[in-house]
Ligand binder design. Structure first.
Ligand code: FDA
Length: 306
């Protein structure tokens, strides 16, 4: 089921037709507050009421014209200003392919660099998402360069990639800020751990590596981006045993998933953030959410009912 859903995420015909169907539109509302930035801001205000910070991400991936990347970068600039204007604890998370990585890596770096400068003036952060394995090297190169220049930039890494511990060792000299995820793409076994147990074990090993690095001053921010509350509890306990203050091991979950757990963690003093996705290009992203938990397909089908 997971592989079929991930195939459907990449299929062009489905991408063009499914999002127009009303029941699909209805089902996606579970994971995103709406298509407009204003919808995301309303969700962030609600999060603030629960002591949860926000990360904003405009949905979209590979582009065909560099002018589109310029527009996306300009939009994120507006988001940073809007966050500041409202006094929100909000950060942004960008996909490099949406900033032109397929077309012009230098222009992509320039966008990241400019967004980091802008975010520094408003006192916030820029996160770089990790996409499919065809982009891992270019994404790490871009991040490493940005991290040499800016303190307020973080990178997402995927525990399911076998290479990730080596990538982190490469990045420790720039004292990286890292958001760790399990990984959302369909990667071959030659490069990725497959199966729940192997991926969970990899996530635990990499989180512990990061927490130890943080305790030793070789990593700045450490963010566990997972809905897996068992893994979170286990890693928070490891952090406590190493003397890392509780609020320094952060948790980020996606809007609409395990909302009760997000509130519970925030109440318990864990630095908790919700990633709010918005925009009209939601189809591949939504299919990856379904693939993470095929039970959600039942939920989507239920929205067929009046
Ligand atoms: P897992 O899938 O094992 O789920 C643990 C539990 O959480 C499940 O038992 C279920 O109850 C609940 N759950 C998980 N997903 C759910 C869903 N879709 N619907 C309902 N319940 C669900 N990936 C990537 O490759 N690059 C990236 O840049 C990012 N960025 C990112 C940021 C943030 C803040 C998060 C939380 C996640 C990402 N991801 C990502 C996605 C990540 O790789 C992964 O696919 C999802 O987080 C799902 O895996 P979990 O870690 O939650 O564990």
């Amino acid at each position: 089921m997971r592989r079929i859903l991930l195939w459907a995420a990449r299929n062009r015909w489905l991408r063009e037709h499914l999002p127009r169907m009303r029941f699909v539109k209805r089902a996606v509302r579970r994971f995103m507050p709406g298509e407009e930035l204003s919808d995301a801001l309303v969700a962030a205000e609600a999060y603030r009421g629960d002591g949860i910070a926000s990360t904003f991400t405009l949905l979209g991936e590979n582009l065909t014209a560099i002018a589109d990347a310029d527009r996306v970068a300009a939009h994120y600039g507006d988001v940073l200003d809007e966050i500041a204007k409202r006094g929100l604890d909000g950060e942004i998370s960008v996909k490099l392919t949406q900033l032109g990585l397929d077309l012009d890596p230098e222009a992509t770096f320039a966008h990241v660099d400019a967004l980091c400068h802008h975010a520094a003036t408003t006192g916030t952060w820029v996160w770089v998402d990790m996409e499919g394995s065809a982009y891992t090297d270019a994404t790490i190169d871009c991040y490493e360069r940005a991290a040499r220049e800016h303190r307020n930039v973080g990178l997402c890494v995927q525990a399911y990639l076998r290479r990730t511990p080596d990538d982190l060792r490469r990045l420790f000299p720039v004292t990286p800020s890292i958001r760790l995820v399990k990984g959302a793409y369909d990667e071959p076994p030659a490069i990725a751990w497959r199966g729940v147990r192997a991926v969970d074990a990899a996530f635990a090993a990499v989180s512990t590596m990061l927490i130890e690095a943080q305790a030793a001053g070789r990593a700045a921010r450490v963010v566990l981006a997972t809905h897996d509350t068992n893994l979170i509890a286990q890693e928070l306990a490891i952090g406590a045993a190493l003397g890392v203050p509780r609020e320094r091991i952060e948790v980020t979950m996606l809007y609409g998933i395990r909302s009760g757990e997000q509130r519970r963690l925030a109440k318990e003093g864990v630095t908790t953030r919700g990633l709010i996705a918005y925009g009209d290009y939601w189809y591949p992203w939504y299919m990856r959410r379904l693939a993470e938990r095929p039970a959600n397909v039942v939920f989507a089908l239920r929205s067929l009912l009046p």
